[in-house]
Ligand binder design. Structure first.
Ligand code: ASP
Length: 519
């Protein structure tokens, strides 16, 4: 049995002077990181924090966020990292939902934190990472040094204890806390580091928020392998971030499609940046095949992993890079040690190439949504065997004759046009292949004749002047007539979630003249 915090202690024992974390202000060794996590745990325990209590962390990607994550686990607690852009009401909802005992935040977010805290009776303490004066409340420093060191002893719990809650936006607008045990996390991190062939001499550069499981696992997986994480806060200015690839000798670089689009738009790309990178990964939304090809030519030594996942099981599938040439639009096979299949509306497996819902089975599947039995019942349903539940993803897939998976659409994103079912993804892949298209999304506009008419929202790359006619001609040459969008609108930017996904639901609501749903 392994609890996740023991992996930090193990890394510190094996190679105490190895750099664990590099941030703008800190270069911390594994010994530093481990000692800081223990001090944070001592602070929590000293303030009466009980086994299984929740510590919510509202902070940027920084050293202290990582310390609070591992410190909470070491104290026997459950952590939840919340995106620092979260507003007070949503934060209050989350704090109340999980009945948080402690909130860790930073001075710049104290206003939001205090506004939320007023509405949360369970909250006993706010710890402010960089408190500037006493009035800001108990500072990080005081918290870390105030309590006696945690006595070495047995771990404060076992591996089936909950370790974290990851809040994801629900379709109703009410966030849902995905419950993951230590065992879930160790399993998922082992499976992913197996196919990435991660090593202790890897250096991973991550700009993804630690509140997003894709970002969080960069930290967890580096700790598991004893490798180095270079943690940045944003990719808004890629020219400032990409030089880190060469200066830090980065070997692994996780991307989401928006980041790829920003890289591909750069006027100049220094080949030195790509030299040490041995793998790129993409998840959250599919990378258009045209972008994959261009990324591969920039990062010519790197293996590119197209992946698909959901917070509810962390990751579901990955495409072995050797398959990329042959099936650039596939997200591959189940991650090691797990199974996936496609089921019909009654939950029965369907034949190859038939579209249905993707179902996932494995040690990475969540325990359910915190405090939300109804949503849990919908997602986790009886599986192949009476003693277990499997995850119903709500995503439509097909699996080809050789067992490779293809994302078709979110169940509720399918468009019905001229009586035909249309997958917006298929059209978007074609749009991305048109030079000058930086980002694209297709939605269905209510139409008396067609049911839904296809509309494409497009962001042009900086130097492009493609017109609506160019777009329609390009699609008409490659897609069936009923799949060719006739309504084209160019925008400077598309609405995004805090994790960088284009907000399809917001654009869909806009064309239907409905109120834009919350993220
Ligand atoms: N959990 C997913 C992954 O890491 C990302 C997502 O939820 O979009 O693959």
């Amino acid at each position: 049995m392994i609890r996740f915090e023991s992996l930090l202690a193990r890394a510190a024992r094996r190679d105490p002077s190895r750099i664990a974390l590099v941030t703008q202000h800190v270069r911390a060794t594994y010994a530093d990181f481990d000692a800081a996590a223990s001090r944070f745990a001592a602070g929590l325990v000293g303030s009466g924090f009980a086994h299984g209590e929740r510590c919510v962390i509202l902070a940027d990607n920084r050293f202290e966020t990582a310390v609070a994550i591992f410190g909470t686990l070491r104290a026997g607690g459950i952590f939840s990292v919340i995106n620092p852009m979260t507003k007070a009401d949503k934060l209050a909802f989350v704090l109340n939902d999980c009945e948080a005992a402690v909130l860790v935040t930073q001075a710049s977010l104290l206003g939001v934190a205090r506004n939320a805290a007023k509405q949360v009776p369970s909250l006993r303490r706010i710890v402010v990472i960089d408190a500037v004066d006493e009035a800001d409340g108990p500072s990080w420093h005081a918290f870390m040094t105030g309590a006696a060191d945690l006595a070495p002893g047995p771990p404060r719990g076992i591996d089936i204890d909950l370790a974290m809650l990851v809040y994801t936006s629900g379709s109703t607008g009410r966030p849902k806390g995905v419950m993951m045990t230590h065992r879930n996390m160790v399993f998922a991190a082992t499976s992913i580091t197996t196919y990435l062939e991660s090593r202790s001499d890897d250096v991973v550069l991550s700009v993804l928020p630690l509140a997003f499981d894709y970002g969080l696992y960069q930290l967890l997986m580096c700790v598991m392998c004893g490798s180095t994480l270079v943690l940045e806060r944003s990719f808004a200015f890629p020219q400032n971030i990409l030089p880190l690839l060469s200066s830090e000798g980065v070997t692994g670089f996780p991307l989401v499609p928006t980041m790829a689009a920003l890289i591909l738009q750069l006027r100049s790309f220094d080949p030195a940046w790509a030299r040490s990178v041995r793998y790129l990964t993409n998840t959250a939304a599919a990378l258009p095949p045209a972008h994959i090809a261009r990324l591969r030519s920039l990062f010519s030594h790197a293996r590119v992993f197209s992946m698909y996942g959901q917070t509810e099981s962390k990751r579901c599938t990955y495409l072995p890079p050797e398959q990329l040439e042959q099936r650039p639009d596939s997200v591959g096979i189940a991650i090691p040690g797990t199974e996936v299949w496609v089921a019909d509306d009654d939950g029965k497996p369907v034949a190859a190439n038939v579209i249905g819902e993707l179902v996932v089975r494995g040690g990475h599947v969540m325990q359910g949504y915190w405090n939300n039995e109804e949503a849990t019942r919908r997602a986790l349903r009886p599986g192949r065997y009476p003693w277990e539940k499997v995850l119903h993803t709500g995503d439509l897939f097909r699996i080809d004759d050789e067992g490779y998976c293809y994302f078709v659409a979110r169940k509720d994103d399918m468009i019905k046009s001229r009586g035909e079912k249309v997958s917006p993804k298929e059209i978007e892949n074609v749009l991305y292949a048109l030079p000058g298209v930086s980002e694209a999304i297709v939605v269905g506009v209510p139409d008396a004749m067609l049911g839904q008419a296809l509309k494409a929202f497009i962001v042009r790359s900086a130097d492009s002047s493609i017109s609506a006619r160019d777009v329609i001609a390009h699609c008409a040459a490659r897609l069936e007539d009923f799949m060719t969008p006739r309504l084209i609108e160019f925008r400077d930017a598309l609405p995004k979630t805090s994790t960088g996904k284009i907000r399809r639901a917001a654009l869909q609501a806009e064309v239907e003249n409905r109120e834009i749903p919350p993220e």
